[in-house]
Design a protein around this ligand. Structure first.
Ligand SMILES: Cc1cc2nc3c(=O)[nH]c(=O)nc-3n(C[C@H](O)[C@H](O)[C@H](O)COP(=O)(O)OP(=O)(O)OC[C@H]3O[C@@H](n4cnc5c(N)ncnc54)[C@H](O)[C@@H]3O)c2cc1C
Length: 485
């Protein structure tokens, strides 16, 4: 008996049912098609991945399945390596085409994609990859990139249509191990809820009301939780496309009233693609310095300091509060992310690679294309950006003056006198009588001296910037990633 002809849509970071080019192509082909999402053990075990990412994907897929139920279409979820899963479906179906977005991922996913491509080529199956959010494959510089980005974002977002189909019985041996299934289902409520519908809810509430104070509150750890878009996990896992988000913001009736605020957010949507484009061109930024001249920069790499940073026990209240908040909720604002990296790399003198996976795991919105270039920018290893060293005491005084954020996320300091909340070590015994906190026991004393470590780091990083290796590479990087003026 001949095998039934099908197409496969391979879902990756595009877990939505609308503005989806690969799904539309499969619909247009006229053949039955399989929507496939994979949980690959080799990726799950990789140090950038955490349960929260997998849970977000699982619940996003479940939401797609609810939406698609009336069309008899279902996303099939497989727990297995991509090559094995494709080999299985090729053995039971006559697979004609594979449709997907191209993935600007880490080296491991790039290697996996090449293995899948070899298999598909051997079986004479065409893999059609579509560009995601104007991130272009194979470009050598940024000539015309901006123009193309605006052109692309101004094209109508696609309205996917689904014709009713006969239900397909999809058999495979890649079901979830019991413990994996249990983990996937137990998604903590402290994280933003997953899925396309929730992405739209966040976006709608931003334009309706939350976004009016976007610029004013963007650096404040408490207020930004309300006034920022908070759509990052939905963009990172593709519950929303950048085009959908930007068109929705631009065309909303409130866009006149809140023009400055919305423009601030729209600019960042472009940055989103700009950063991923850098990573698409050189995914080595996951493991190597953007500017190879910084490979010879030496670090202390004190592992006790690193551990204290990871656990939010450094004795600097804002640093510790940010780490606790991100561990618990998966999100903090940009300024606080930058401060955490600056504190790790400059004050604690740890190489950026020591902390990069820890934050990748914590961020619910982990997007390799943004995460690694941003982390390195804050660590000062690009050689093309100004080095910004954030003083956590000043950040705390400016952006959390009453210590509201600190008191929420560092419960040991809830009753601490507000006067000393930014620098607890300045409080005298008499100041501490009422709050019952013994510094060094209930809450740590600072693990490093801020001023001293900042001075050493400043001299070191700026000194290194003048080396011929950094300067030489700077020219190459500017040519590759920036627009001609
Ligand atoms: C060390 C470090 C690591 C980061 N890692 C990630 C990551 O893994 N995933 C991620 O989405 N963002 C990352 N960011 C960027 C930024 O902090 C988040 O995108 C932002 O905080 C998300 O909140 P929001 O959706 O409310 O953003 P908004 O301010 O509402 O902006 C809207 C969207 O624009 C994009 N965006 C915003 N700021 C930036 C930026 N500085 N660079 C690139 N895109 C931006 C995001 O997609 C965001 O959802 C990182 C920043 C730093 C300093």
């Amino acid at each position: 008996m001949s095998k039934p002809e099908v197409n496969i849509v391979w879902l990756k970071r595009d877990l939505r049912t609308q503005d989806h080019v690969p799904i539309q192509q499969a619909e247009n082909s006229g053949l039955p098609y399989l929507l496939l999402f994979l949980y690959e053990p080799s990726l799950i075990e990789y140090p950038d991945t955490s349960d929260r990412h997998l849970q977000f994907c699982y619940h996003s897929v479940n939401q797609m399945n609810e939406t698609l139920a009336k069309t008899n279409q279902t996303v099939t979820q497989c727990y297995g390596e991509a090559v094995d899963v494709f080999a299985h479906f090729i053995s039971i179906y006559s697979v004609q085409n594979v449709f997907s977005y191209s993935e600007s991922g880490i080296k491991l996913t790039w290697k996996r994609d090449k293995a899948v491509k070899r298999l598909l080529d051997r079986k004479e199956i065409t893999w059609h990859e579509f560009q995601r959010d104007n991130v272009l494959r194979g470009i050598k510089n940024r000539d015309n990139w901006d123009k193309m980005w605006y052109h692309n974002m101004n094209q109508m977002a696609l309205t996917n249509t689904y014709s009713p189909k006969e239900k397909m019985e999809v058999n495979h041996p890649f079901s979830f191990p019991k413990e994996v299934k249990k983990t996937l289902e137990n998604y903590p409520r402290s994280f933003q809820p997953a899925g396309e519908k929730n992405g739209w809810k966040y976006l709608e509430s931003f334009v309706k009301d939350r976004g009016k104070n976007y610029n004013r509150h963007i650096s404040k750890p408490t207020e930004s939780r309300l006034s920022c878009g908070r759509i990052s996990p939905y963009l990172s896992w593709g519950n929303l496309s950048v085009k959908q988000a930007s068109q929705f913001v631009v065309s909303h009736p409130n866009s006149h009233k809140n023009k400055r605020a919305f423009d601030g957010m729209l600019t960042r949507l472009k940055w989103h693609c700009h950063f991923i484009q850098k990573f698409e061109v050189e995914c080595e930024y996951e493991t190597d310095c953007v500017n190879p001249g910084y490979e010879t920069l030496e670090h202390d790499n004190n592992s006790d300091f690193l551990e204290a940073w990871k656990q939010g026990k450094t004795g600097y209240p804002l640093v510790d509060a940010c780490m606790q908040a991100v561990i618990e909720t998966g999100w903090i604002n940009f300024r606080m992310r930058a401060m955490l990296v600056s504190f790790l790399c400059f004050n604690l003198d740890n190489d950026w690679r020591k902390g990069v996976y820890h934050l990748a795991q914590q961020f619910l919105d982990y997007e390799p294309g943004i995460h690694y270039p941003q982390f390195q920018m804050q660590a000062g290893t690009t050689g093309i950006n100004t080095v910004r060293m954030y003083n956590p005491i000043k950040q705390s005084q400016d952006n959390d003056p009453e210590g509201i954020f600190i008191k929420k996320w560092v419960p040991e300091l809830t009753d601490f006198p507000t006067k000393f909340i930014h620098e607890p070590w300045k409080a005298t015994k008499i100041d501490l009588i009422d709050c019952g906190v013994t510094l060094g026991e209930d809450y740590p004393l600072p693990i490093v001296d801020l001023k001293e470590t900042a001075k050493v780091a400043r001299d070191k990083i700026w000194g290194h910037r003048k080396t011929p290796e950094v300067r030489e590479n700077k020219r190459r990087i500017v040519h590759l990633h920036t627009r001609k003026r």
